[in-house]
Design a protein around this ligand. Sequence first.
Ligand SMILES: *Cc1c(COP(=O)(O)O)cnc(C)c1O
Length: 356
Amino acid sequence: MRQATVYIDSAALQYNLNRVKQLAPTAKIVSMVKANAYGHGVKDCLAALSETDAFGVACLQEALEIRELGYLQPITLIEGIFSADEMQLVIDQNIEVVVHHQAQLDWLLAHKETYIAKGLKVWVKLNSGMNRLGFKIDVIKTVINQLKAEGFTCVLAMHFANADADHPLNEQQIQQFLEVKNDCAPLMGSCCNSAAIYKYPELHFDYVRPGIMLYGATPFADRDVHDLDLKPVMTFTAEIIALNDIQAGEHVGYGSTFTADQDMTLAIVSIGYGDGYPRAFPKQNYVAINRQQTRVIGRVAMDMIAIDVTGLEVQLGTEVELWGETRLVDDVATANGTIGYELLCRLSNRARRKVI
Ligand SMILES: *Cc1c(COP(=O)(O)O)cnc(C)c1O
């Protein structure tokens, strides 16, 4: 049988959650498990994250899945609800909403008594310059003051556009956040994703919202997971299904883009873009065998790749690491002009999954 495998290391996930606790000891942790826990499988990750204070997801379907699996922690819907009829379900399931526009505010106010009676907080989103979601600074104070007057418990929420870099917008976003937080005091606050947890220890406030760091990948372009003291949670592997000796001058794969400049041994590995393995073309992918990296030869196909195993000890069935401890997902991403987040999230469900 075809053996492409996604291993999920629960101990690594717990280790990374503890790293968040070390870095942000006074804040509560909203573990971001949107997009099927960044492609890791929400079902497999929730148990390892049981020490978290809350979960964060992008939409109601994802929140309901967590409840169906039996987890009772608070959940924050980071984009809020998308239509009025979702409000009752949210309240019944003890899910907290973000409000980022007037219609959401109206839907919430229409269910004021039951929402408050359930002890649910409302997260009010500031648009401090990312210009995706949120109330601008000139209206958000009125919104928060109104909600407080109605008896709601509010958390001021903000998201950095450049937490992973030094960018002039960071200072503007911080200043606007602090201004609202002070002017509407007392008011809880939350503005740190993974990168900001590292970069702005003074801005952890009441809730931090780690995502990528929990999964042991880096939010930074110039700092890897070892440097951040995180452990990769996912190891993605496949097996060698054929071995070929080829001679100098022979070609490999679609488009015959590779020409051997010397005699070499190729291994064919049962993985391809149909599994979510990126195509790299015209850049270069590497994989690892027994902790040693070797190059992918020619184009990545839907179901197969060829790799250079000249001089390596391999046989049919040898396991090849596509990403994991040795070949970091972030390095695969860089070689493919993308970020680890994308590679993790866009795995197909063809590979089997194993929790270790
Ligand atoms: C996804 C998300 C996060 C987590 O971001 P990471 O970079 O993965 O840590 C935090 N806050 C919000 C609002 C998000 O959408």
